[in-house]
Design a protein around this ligand. Structure first.
Ligand SMILES: *Cc1c(COP(=O)(O)O)cnc(C)c1O
Length: 131
């Protein structure tokens, strides 16, 4: 429907996908339906690393389809070491440990590891105890 609308107007509508819970789950256990950048009008997606990314609380991710979709208001010129540099962050003074943890998990589990873990998670979640 968004695609149809965008075809008919010059005022385009774009989609942000709040994949906080599903963004690090469904890619490993469900191939359908398409919900990500495979859809033309999806321009940004967030996900929470501290949920199905399996890291400690405090880390989330947002990605944009391309730099042109990143709102300029989110970029700050930060004074750093005698110069300025563009920065895009919500919190400047926060431990990087969950980021390192996420990176470690990605490298350790790789796709197949996350897939195995999340398939087991689904089995447990669907267990009714009545059988
Ligand atoms: C958890 C959740 C959020 C909040 O994300 P945090 O990374 O915990 O701040 C937003 N939207 C949905 C759908 C969620 O499940």
């Amino acid at each position: 429907m968004v695609e149809q609308y965008n075809q008919a107007t010059s005022y385009k509508v774009f989609i942000h996908v709040d994949a906080a819970s599903g963004g690090l789950f469904t890619p490993f256990v469900d191939s359908e339906p398409d919900w990500d950048f495979r859809l033309n009008n999806v321009i940004s997606i967030n996900t929470s690393g501290h949920k199905y990314g399996l890291v400690s609380p405090g880390v989330g991710w947002v990605i944009w389809r391309g730099k042109k979709y990143l709102p300029e208001e989110l970029i700050f010129e930060v004074s750093h070491l005698g110069g300025t540099m563009p920065a895009m962050a919500i919190n400047f003074s926060h431990s990087a440990s969950p980021i390192i943890g996420q990176y470690y998990n990605f490298l350790s589990f790789v796709f197949e590891g996350y897939q195995k873990i999340h398939q087991k998670t689904r089995v447990v979640a669907n267990f009714s105890g009545k059988n």
